[in-house]
Write a protein that binds this ligand. Structure first.
Ligand code: HSE
Length: 397
């Protein structure tokens, strides 16, 4: 029997307990051993829960119990989740997590700690919820030099943008609905300002390039300033606005950013709607590969956490990844990035043409003129934009 402790009995933690219980026999048949939930750590008691007798309030009970070989961290937040994870690894317990903040901030250290202690650290659920994407990127695509990753990595913002695009709802109404459906983080700022997507693209980039860039070094823009007018202008020109986490290899340096971008309708990512996430990976041998699935929610996230538990239980000998910290000279300068732009200005069409040159007009109404530029370096775009009265400007993917 393999004994597991779950840290945190919120949405994800209770999902893990439910999947392990519901699929107990099926999992046992796969790995030949039963997985038993021995403890659930939480500050609260859950007297009405079928797991009430498993709840403990002191992490040391778990740490000092040699029968516990796998810890599932579903606490959220950086501390004490990172400290508990490190302590468990040092005690020879494997750790699995859905906590993208911990992986993006300290994944390099935790992977090294796991390797030094002969155990495993896995975090499939930290990116893309229930989508199997991290393990395929690290193993099935291992033969490739990864050229680019473009991902819709946040279910809440994708839900909000879909509601704005398809039903003309305002940002505020759609956000409230996403919160009611349990997609949003406790503090929705992390979702709507792109912070959650940023953590996830840092994790994907680390698997692709072997270097973990700290989220604080990533240019990150969220969707809170997207207007219904921009959504409509984009649709008129054949694009959907999506929050895209992007990681690229530019001349052997890493380029990583998060921003709302216009995605052409003929790009497969444009059709990834609602709470679904999509990750489009381009490798130099395989070309494009697209992963799609539910990027948030209790059971999809628990599906990925439990799969990590099953993987460790069934294949404890597999090596951990090894990440280094990305240094400044590993990073491609943002100003060199080449893109075309969607722009909405309060200038006239003539003035816009005089400033931006050859442009493709989209619409002109209520004193606003919207258009698409030719591709140019970000630095050049910023110079031109400073000469106009820009209302909105978004990169085209
Ligand atoms: N708040 C996150 C999202 C949850 O909306 O994608 C899953 O990481």
């Amino acid at each position: 029997m393999i004994n597991v402790a779950i840290l945190g009995f919120g949405v994800v933690g209770s999902g893990i307990a439910e999947v392990l219980t519901q699929n107990k026999d099926l999992i046992k048949n796969k790995i030949g051993e039963e997985i038993n939930i021995k403890y659930i750590l939480d500050l609260r008691d859950f007297p009405d829960s079928p797991f009430a007798d498993k709840v403990v309030h002191d992490f040391n009970i778990i740490l000092n119990d040699e029968e516990v070989s796998i810890v599932a961290e579903a606490m959220g937040g950086l501390h004490p989740a990172v400290d508990f994870s490190e302590a468990a690894l040092k005690k020879g317990k494997s750790v699995v997590t859905s906590n993208k903040e911990v992986v993006a901030e300290a994944g390099d250290m935790l992977l090294k700690t796991a390797t030094e202690n002969g155990v495993r650290y896995l975090f499939e659920a930290s990116v893309g919820g229930g989508i199997p994407v991290l393990r395929p990127l690290g193993t099935c695509l291992a033969a490739n030099k990864i050229n680019s990753i473009n991902g819709i990595l946040n279910g809440t913002t994708n839900y909000i943008l879909t509601q704005m695009i398809d039903f003309g709802k305002t940002f505020e109404v759609a956000l409230k609905e996403a919160q009611q459906k349990g997609y949003a983080e406790a503090n929705p700022t992390a979702d709507v300002e792109g912070i959650d997507a940023c953590r996830k693209i840092c994790i994907l980039a680390a698997i692709a390039f072997g270097k973990l860039i700290n989220p604080s070094k990533v240019s990150t823009t969220g969707i809170s300033k997207i207007r219904l007018e921009d959504v409509k202008n984009a649709a008129n020109a054949g694009y959907a606005i999506k929050l895209i986490g992007q990681a690229k290899d530019i001349d052997s340096k890493m380029y990583v950013s998060v921003a709302p971008r216009l995605v052409a309708y003929n790009n497969l990512l444009a059709k990834v709607d609602d709470v679904f996430n999509g990750v489009l990976i381009n490798g130099n041998a395989v070309d494009d590969v697209l992963f799609i699935g539910r990027g948030a929610g209790m059971m999809p996230t628990a599906s990925a956490v439990v799969a990590d538990i099953v993987d460790i239980a069934g294949r404890p000998e597999i090596k951990n990844q090894n990440w280094d910290k990305a240094e400044d000279n590993d990073l491609a300068p943002l100003s060199e990035k080449i893109s075309a732009y969607y722009v909405c200005v309060s200038n006239t069409e003539e003035q816009a043409k005089a400033i931006f040159g050859d442009i493709k007009a989209i619409s002109s109404c209520d004193g606003e003129f919207a258009f698409i530029t030719n591709a140019m370096k970000k630095l050049q775009f910023e110079e031109l934009a400073s000469k106009a009265t820009v209302i909105s400007a978004l990169e085209i993917l």
